[in-house]
Design a protein around this ligand. Structure first.
Ligand code: SAH
Length: 275
């Protein structure tokens, strides 16, 4: 196992985050592009290098605690998020052949050319949501909208951190997989919806937190419309300055929307329609 770096990788307080990314200059100096959804062949390579967490059963909370400890050492300081990461059994969300890697900081294939995001990226994005006005005031994420359920792992984390979650997936097979995966979770008020997440989910709007696991050319207007005052949106988006993607944070205050562009990232594309 790679020793955890001493220096925090993610300065999580928003006011300490670097400014907008510029062409050729990723926002975190020297930081690698965050790749929660690496190309599938990389995930397959990683799968062939499986290493078993030593001495502990995969269902052991101690294995997850070690993952959480590594994330803490990398700079993740949001206790509710760390608690949720310690609780949700990530190995149950991936194929059994990949379960031995479930608590390493790596993305893994979940079928249909999609991947489950790296725990460090999931933790980073959830911690950013916790820095929003609503979450700082209330201590939870309130009503959450997630776009891109995938295998349901992040949805299960969100269910522990919020009052209610609506999670949308456009691929029927993954929607069904997520449904099966969360069935055994202590899930709170978690609703999985099959559909095109670009239109959001108006019936439960407005949301105090919106998070996307797929990136498009721009943020869909419906997400901005469905964001509550005091709410925060965290999503990858195309960055014309670099030609890649950047993580966007949008807050709705009493005076309207304000947005910031943070880390360079690499997520799967936000697609239209269902399949
Ligand atoms: N949060 C997930 C990661 C899923 S990867 C997890 O924990 O496993 C991103 C997902 O976004 C993919 O499953 C992809 O099918 C989905 N996606 C892409 N465009 C979408 C859209 N318009 N609406 C809903 N889901 C979408």
């Amino acid at each position: 196992m790679t020793p955890a770096p001493k220096a925090p990788r993610f300065p999580l307080a928003l006011n300490r985050l670097p400014g907008p990314a510029r062409a050729g200059a990723p926002s975190s100096a020297g930081a690698e592009v965050l790749r929660p959804q690496r190309p599938l062949q990389h995930a397959a390579e990683a799968a062939s290098q499986a290493s078993t967490p030593s001495g502990l059963g995969l269902d052991s909370a101690a294995v997850r605690q070690r993952m959480v400890q590594r994330l803490r050492e990398q700079g993740l300081r949001c206790e509710p998020v760390l608690d949720a990461l310690a609780q949700v059994e990530r190995h149950r969300f991936v194929d059994s052949a990949l379960a031995t890697q479930a608590y390493e900081d790596t993305s893994l294939p979940i079928g249909l050319s999609q991947t489950i995001s790296k725990p460090s990226v999931v933790g980073h994005m959830l911690a950013l949501l916790f820095e929003g006005t609503y979450a700082r005031t209330h201590g939870d994420l309130g009503r959450v909208l997630e776009i891109g359920s995938g295998c349901g792992y992040q949805a299960a984390l969100l269910a522990l951190l919020s009052r209610s979650v609506v999670s949308i997936e456009r691929l029927r097979a993954l929607h069904d997989k997520a449904r099966a995966n969360v069935a055994h979770q202590r899930r709170g008020d978690l609703r999985l919806v099959f559909g095109d997440g670009r239109v959001g989910h108006a019936p439960r709007a407005p949301y105090q937190a919106i998070i996307a696991a797929a990136g498009g050319d721009e943020l869909p207007q419906s997400w901005l419309d469905q964001l509550d005052v005091g709410g925060r949106l965290v999503a990858p988006m195309h960055d014309s300055a670099t030609g890649g993607q950047a993580l966007m944070v949008v807050d709705r205050g009493p005076q309207g929307l304000s947005s910031r562009r943070l880390d360079a990232v690499h997520f799967v594309p936000l697609k239209s329609g269902t399949a």
